[in-house]
Write a protein that binds this ligand. Structure first.
Ligand code: NDP
Ligand code: 2IT
Length: 446
């Protein structure tokens, strides 16, 4: 019965959202996983719960005009998709990348609903962004773009309405510019954005949170295999916020990270990638990863970012972008003996790749569980802002660790309860969905 319901809803999604394959993919995965819950709760179908769940509550698309340093005028497109507010104010990052279009923002906002639910905190699902390309732009250009973006976004957000944060292309610098403009437009100082600087309401550990959280989660997966990060070889794609702090924590736990990448290519360093060099190149200079060879001539660089999955490793952590690891890459990793894969990015593995990992008995940590540490710590930043407090590093880190351990056991238990033991994809989707479904049912037809 649920099979028919899920198929019907998926057809609606495809018809109503043409040309948005990433959104279809994200919805498909969730709908497939939650069938056993729908069988147990026929009242969900009667209430057209899925039809409502797959339709965003609100979608905003706006013009973002800005002027470059030469005085030329450019126009980009801005988005905010407020997908679901059943369990809290909308919450989710902002992405600046040329590949951004409505379908990308919708897939990310949809994923965010269940991820935020898994954290156990009161946060609904949203995402925003623009097709603006920050690469090669000066600080002043970035500032003017962020100010123009906020000139429209400000009317849709608020500390109890919708609280954006960073994502690809949006880090501390951009959050600072956007916060400044929001404050100027509204004459208010509240926690309307997270990922803020420490001098104006940011939380300790937010910068590290997604990467650290990913490693805390994968550590739980490894414990179930009676092993740990100690002595393991790790490959991490990307070299941005998530990748850098995944490297930092994995190394603290005794692993060796031998490869990292950016959208141009990947570096391999058999002695272990030097994180200080990566931080210098990426966080300070905003340059390309091939610069690494200027610091470490014994390392190698290949101009093919997807080639990184050919590097043999025990643990693979895709931390760059969606669909960066496909079925062929999964086969190569399995052949090379990978034992665990943790998704730091959102939807980095294709459906085919996930199937191959699960079939081969590789421990697989799906994004909405494994990378939830970022938004969880954003939730902690919101709590601190509401209290006008700043908690010490150790306290936030302890809370983050606790949340990741809890998400792991919640997903694992849900998978067992619904007949898919060990399948964290199914477990995370079911556990994330249940709370949202209960809240939507309780709140009537909205
Ligand atoms: P950053 O902008 O800091 O870094 C992104 C990294 O991924 C860069 O190395 C970038 O390379 C690479 N990358 C981006 N797009 C592509 C592409 N199309 N092909 C290949 N490589 C690409 O972003 P984050 O580290 O914040 O985000 C990385 C992933 O983690 C995203 O999927 C994001 O949604 C997810 N995420 C982020 C969270 C956060 O708190 N920041 C929380 C949870 C998930 P280049 O510099 O060449 O563009
Ligand atoms: O994908 C994500 O979870 C994020 N980019 C972080 C969102 C947030 O609100 O901290």
């Amino acid at each position: 019965m649920s099979q028919e319901y899920v198929e019907r809803v998926f057809e609606i999604v495809k018809k109503r959202n043409p040309g948005e394959p990433e959104f279809h993919q994200a919805v498909y995965e969730v709908l497939q996983s939650i069938k056993p819950v729908l069988d147990k709760h026929p009242e969900y179908e009667q209430a057209s719960l899925l039809e409502r769940l797959v339709e965003p509550e609100r979608q905003v698309i706006f013009r973002v005009p800005w002027q470059d340093d030469q005085g030329r005028i450019h126009v980009n497109r801005g988005f905010r998709v407020q997908f679901n507010s059943a369990i809290g104010p909308y919450k989710g990052g902002i992405r600046f990348h040329p590949s951004v279009y409505l379908g990308i923002i919708k897939f990310l906002a949809f994923e965010q609903i269940f991820k935020n639910s898994l954290t156990g905190l009161m946060m609904g699902g949203a995402k925003g962004g623009s097709d603006f390309d920050p690469k090669g732009k000066s600080d002043s250009e970035i500032m003017r773009f962020c100010q123009s973006f906020m000139n429209e976004l400000f009317r849709h957000i608020g500390e109890d309405t919708d609280v954006p944060a960073g994502d690809i292309g949006v880090g501390g610098r951009e959050i600072g510019f956007m916060f400044g403009q929001w404050k100027r437009l509204t004459n208010r100082f509240t926690g309307v954005l997270t990922g803020k600087g420490l001098s104006y309401g940011g939380s300790l550990v937010r910068t590290q949170a997604t990467g650290y959280g990913l490693i805390y989660f994968v550590d739980e997966m490894l414990k179930d295999r009676k092993t740990s990060f100690e002595g393991k070889t790790v490959v991490i794609s990307g070299s941005g916020n998530v990748a850098i702090y995944a490297h930092e924590k994995a190394s603290q736990l005794g692993a060796k990270v031998v490869a990292m990448s950016d959208s141009n290519g990947f570096i391999f360093d058999k002695d272990g990638v030097d994180l200080q060099v990566i931080k210098q190149i990426k966080e300070v200079e905003y340059k390309r990863i091939k610069e690494y060879l200027n610091y470490k001539p014994s390392a190698t660089y290949q101009e093919d970012c997807f080639g990184i999955w050919n590097v043999p490793c025990d643990i693979a952590l895709p931390c760059a972008t969606q669909n960066e690891l496909d079925g062929n890459a999964a086969e190569t990793l399995i052949k090379n003996g990978v034992i665990a894969v943790g998704e730091g990015a959102n939807m980095p593995c294709t459906i085919e790749a996930i199937e191959k990992f699960v079939e081969a008995g590789v421990s697989f940590g799906p994004a909405k569980a494994a990378n939830a540490g970022g938004v969880a710590t954003s939730g902690l930043e919101m709590a601190q802002n509401s209290q006008r407090e700043m908690w010490p590093f150790e306290e936030v880190d302890r809370k983050l660790h606790r949340i990741m351990v809890d998400i792991y056991s919640t997903a694992k238990n849900a998978a067992e309860e619904y007949g898919a033991p060990g399948n964290l994809v199914v477990g995370a989707n079911i556990a994330g969905f249940q709370k949202v479904a209960q809240a939507m049912m309780a709140q009537g037809l909205v």
